[in-house]
Design a protein around this ligand. Sequence first.
Ligand code: ZN
Length: 189
Amino acid sequence: MVLPVVKYGDPILRRKGSNIETITPDLTGFIADMFETMKASRGIGLAAQQVGRAIQLTVIDVRGITDRPSQLWLQGTLADVESFMPLVLMNPVLKPSGTRVNGPEGCLSFPEIFGDVERPCEVEVSALNERGERFSFKAGGLLARAIQHEVDHLNGILFIDRMDAESRREAQPEIDELQAETRARLTRK
Ligand code: ZN
């Protein structure tokens, strides 16, 4: 089932997700819905907060994106990114490393709003998969950026918080408009 994507201005986007303790059939169904929603929205990542639940869960899929490459290392060895996709990350712990690089970002909760965000170019990830098994890897390129963006969501942090000053200044009127629209819709409910 494709779920409605929460837009900026909804307070759930600022809520830190609680840790997942058990894999229930309800959670497994929710993960499947998140994949469907991400695909239907043509996103490369989706956090649980964006579809209405404040829990430590995100899905990521960078397949088919050729203009912005991704890298993935398993125990120091470069692996095939595509065969590792799509990814489910539950209760993720990140250790970013490498130089900070500026790159464009968007977000399904901010339609039509884009801006440059500086982030470390690599990140070590430890998380649980959809079966609750712990796994770890290192990501680079677009995948490293997507993971950091999504895990920020799980902690109530949004890409506009990290946007460079010039991008933020340019986007501010649209951000304000979106926030007002969302708040108006929520109070009408
Ligand atoms: Zn986002």
